[in-house]
Design a binder for this molecule. Structure first.
Ligand code: OSB
Ligand code: MG
Length: 379
């Protein structure tokens, strides 16, 4: 749909802190409080689009943090966005190209532009992206538990809730035996592991043993910046490797696929710098027969809604990590919250992200607010 160029009148950064219902442990650390920005972007007509920054407080998963996101958005990215009108959201990543990396900061702002664009067209975001699915299959990501017994109990709960695949976080010392126990109790579930870069090729024997467990895939077993050793490992394993941390762009995806470093890619919108880049990776993977699924960053409702929209694209053939709001939060910041029924999310057909921002909830979590007015427009 063609429409009038978007002139951004105001950008508001709402800084929120939300406490997870339960701590979430990965090979690199434990999360309890999630700090992030909700980006609210208003156009010349008073319509608003929303985005969410996904960097964490500490640079464990990637080099970005809440503070680096703030610095990049305020000092570099917002000025580039408001300097002239935007014809289409695909232009945003081009405008940001001169800024190296900082993908999560870029993605947070680009996401708000996409929502705003879709709302101006009175069209659901998922349709603007080229998505077709009315419902999406969902899996769940389960943190490292202290014992196999506890892990089996946690898995059982989520199996009963209907989640379609179980992803278990692993690290050296909490891997093969724990997964074996889960497999023993649930012989038929779709099961996978996520190592968050906790291993090296020195662990080849252990990683090969995981082939016994009939895992759908193993996610990011080796270094966060590697695609060479992963190719060596993939040729030694029958279990497919899925890359997460190693893929920051379409170019990274192309190189990993050409090298045979993985058979599956986890697309996280923030990690790759936005929805436009996510679509490029998606289209390339569709061409190459590489399955993709949508990863998660413990998002609140706005980021979650963006994940739901992206997952409606055809090559998202595997269940993602976009679980229900209630898996994470006592009260989410959107209305309605993201709900999972029988392992699926029904995709909303309202304009934009399709969920309303719950202002009262948002304000209850807000610790800071910064407003940028576009002087070019106000003048
Ligand atoms: O590697 O996918 C990951 C959470 C924090 C950091 C990295 C990861 C994760 C998850 C949880 O696996 C995904 C979610 O439920 O949002
Ligand atoms: Mg991962």
């Amino acid at each position: 749909m063609t429409s009038k160029p978007i002139s951004i009148r105001e950008v508001t950064l709402h800084r929120l802190v939300m406490r997870l219902k339960n701590p979430f442990t990965t090979s690199f650390g434990t999360f309890q409080d999630k700090e992030f920005f909700v980006i609210e972007m208003e156009d010349e007509a008073g319509e608003s689009g929303f985005g969410e920054s996904v960097a964490f407080s500490s640079p464990w998963y990637s080099e970005e943090t809440v503070e680096t996101n703030k610095h990049m958005m305020e000092q570099f990215l917002i000025p580039l966005l408001v300097e002239s009108p935007i014809d289409h959201p695909d232009e945003v990543s081009k405008r940001f190209e001169k800024i190296r990396r900082n993908n999560m900061a870029k993605s947070a702002l680009e996401g708000a532009v996409w929502d705003l664009y879709a709302k101006r067209n009175q069209n659901p975001l998922y349709k603007e992206l080229g998505g077709t699915r009315q419902q999406i299959d969902v899996g769940i990501s389960i943190g490292i538990e202290p014992t196999a017994k506890k892990l089996v109990q946690v898995v059982e709960g989520f199996v009963n809730e209907g989640y379609k695949r179980m992803k278990i976080k692993i690290k050296p010392g909490a891997d093969y035996e724990m997964l074996k126990e889960v497999r023993k109790h649930f012989p038929d579930i779709f099961l996978m592991a996520d190592a968050n870069s906790a291993y090296t090729l020195k662990d080849l024997d252990l990683l090969k043993k995981l082939d016994e467990l009939d895992l759908m895939m193993i996610e990011q077993p080796l270094s966060h910046d590697d695609i060479i050793d992963h190719a060596t490992l993939q040729s030694a394993l029958s279990t497919p490797i899925c890359l997460d941390e190693s893929i920051h762009s379409f170019e990274d995806a192309r190189k990993a696929v050409e090298l045979g470093s993985c058979k599956i890619i986890n697309i996280k919108i923030g990690r790759v710098g936005g929805l436009t880049e996510s679509k490029k990776i998606h289209d390339y993977c569709a061409q190459k027969g590489i399955a993709v699924w949508c990863g998660g960053m413990l998002e609140a409702g706005i980021g979650r809604a963006h994940n739901v929209a992206l997952t409606t694209l055809p090559q998202f053939t595997l269940p993602g990590d976009t679980a229900a709001s209630t898996r994470y939060w006592v009260k989410d910041i959107i209305e309605p919250e993201v709900m999972v029924e029988n392992g699926v999310i029904h995709v909303p057909n309202k304009p934009g992200i399709g969920y309303e921002v719950n202002r009262q909830a948002l304000e209850s979590y807000r610790v800071d607010k910064t407003v940028f007015s576009n002087k070019n427009i106000l003048a």
